[in-house]
Write a protein that binds this ligand. Structure first.
Ligand code: GUN
Length: 287
């Protein structure tokens, strides 16, 4: 029987800490502000954006939503980002991905001022994560690390396997584990002997985007299993990348879906926005 690491509980703790710091910052005349851009009508993106706005209200931030129609041009989107880059009361800018096909995601990410890039997607922030010198945390991987720390797990010297090599999760996840002295392997669709590689992991992070992809025979006895996936199973029920029912009896620690990594991503986004606002406050008092 594994210990279930509750992202619900840990994220509530992080949000409470952010809220307390936000109150202190407000006393100095700075209210953190997050601009959230959503283009088109993707239902999953709508849910994520609503949750981000709700979290802002809960911790005391101001949030501004920019809901743009599907047919928005690249130029219009870049113009909005430029305006927000120059808007003093906006500390963080987030453009919900994926964007409609006709828009150039890379150019959009590049257009966000690195000091307002609370997703930490801009190449300058990605580079900082690579060298371990960063202010903005990559939200989902940082959320996973927070869960690992909360459970009291020491990463140093452990075999860590990350399944998935996305820029948003897999790659920065591997970096954060490496910064804590894990021995890290990144697996992907071309990995040979995936089952054997995963079954050697002390810490296994699943970020593949395939429902119940990780089965019991891919998991070592006593492994720590962190599930980043948010999928629908054959019955339309929310499930992770890990087959929880099969894997849970073998693991020492495991995160559930829902209520595991998911809520952590938003909590870390709040933390990044607070960091940006604290820096605005510091530069205001320096001038
Ligand atoms: N789409 C899926 N996850 C994310 C995220 O963390 N940030 C943004 N901007 N878009 C996403």
């Amino acid at each position: 029987m594994a210990v279930i690491i509750s992202g619900k509980e840990v994220s509530a703790k992080v949000r409470a800490e952010v809220k307390a710091e936000c109150e202190q910052l407000k006393e100095k005349g700075v209210t953190p502000g997050l601009a959230v851009i959503i283009v088109g009508n993707d239902p999953a993106s709508r849910v994520y954006v609503n949750n981000k706005k709700k979290a802002c209200a809960e911790v005391g931030f101001v949030s501004e939503e920019y809901a743009l129609p599907e047919e928005t041009s690249q130029e219009e989107l870049l113009q909005l980002i430029d305006q927000l880059n120059h808007k003093p009361e906006i500390d963080g800018i987030l453009c919900q991905l994926p964007l409609p096909k006709h828009l150039d995601e890379k150019a959009v990410i590049n257009a966000i001022a690195p000091e307002k890039d609370v997703d930490a997607f801009h190449p300058s922030n990605v580079g900082k994560i690579m060298i371990g010198d960063y202010r903005f945390l990559p939200c989902t991987p940082a959320g996973v690390m927070e869960l690992i720390h909360h459970a009291g797990i020491d990463v140093s010297g452990k075999n860590c396997v990350v399944i998935g090599r996305s820029n948003i999760v897999g790659k920065p996840m591997a970096m954060l584990l490496l910064h804590e002295n894990g021995t890290v392997t990144i697996c992907h669709s071309r990995t040979k002997n995936l089952k054997e590689v995963c079954a050697n992991a002390d810490i296994l992070v699943a970020a593949v985007g395939k429902p119940k992809f990780v089965k019991a025979d891919m998991v070592k006895d006593g492994a720590v299993v962190l599930d980043v996936g948010i999928n629908r199973d054959e019955n339309g029920k929310l499930c992770g990348d890990v087959d929880f029912k099969e894997v849970e009896p073998k693991a020492s620690y495991i995160t559930p879906v829902p209520g595991g990594v998911g809520p952590m991503t938003i909590a870390m986004l709040m933390k990044n926005t607070l960091t940006a606002a604290i820096e605005r406050g510091a530069s205001l008092s320096a001038n």
